[in-house]
Design a protein. Structure first.
Length: 140
């Protein structure tokens, strides 16, 4: 499977996994000057189960940014797909809880039930950024 090309011509991150970033998460990444390679690294680490926190329902929280100044909430189906759902600065929001956590879990459940073809369509119609070709930053 390593280096396998999809029907859209992109290579999977780490050889097997598709990586997407929601529009709102991409805006926050740009605002926080978080490189695409940094997000790819966070996804690859999560895929290897090197996570900062497991939230449940295929959701993981990872430190991202130069000094870990930001947190990213990732939806992950191991070796298949990862979506960066939310990025937030840790000094503004120390954790995910309450209604936000409930909403993220409900959305993750929906994403988990979507097949591969439906997932591609969803990503395209929602304008998610496809980072599947992005090389993770080194020093995993």
């Amino acid at each position: 499977m390593r280096g396998r090309r999809t029907d859209r011509g992109s290579v999977h991150v780490g050889g097997v996994m598709r990586l997407f970033v929601t529009r709102s998460a991409w805006k926050q990444a740009c605002k926080g000057k978080i490189a695409a390679g940094t997000l790819a690294k966070a996804a690859e680490k999560a895929n290897l189960r090197l996570v900062d926190a497991e939230i449940g329902a295929h959701l993981y929280k990872q430190h991202v940014g130069r000094k870990g100044d930001f947190r990213a909430v990732l939806f992950l189906v191991t070796d298949r797909r990862c979506v960066v759902l939310h990025i937030f600065p840790k000094n503004v929001q120390p954790n995910i809880k309450g209604a936000e956590l409930t909403t993220l879990r409900a959305f993750a459940k929906i994403l988990a039930d979507v097949g591969d073809a439906g997932f591609e369509t969803l990503a395209e119609t929602q304008g998610w950024k496809d980072l599947s070709d992005e090389k993770p930053e080194t020093d995993l």
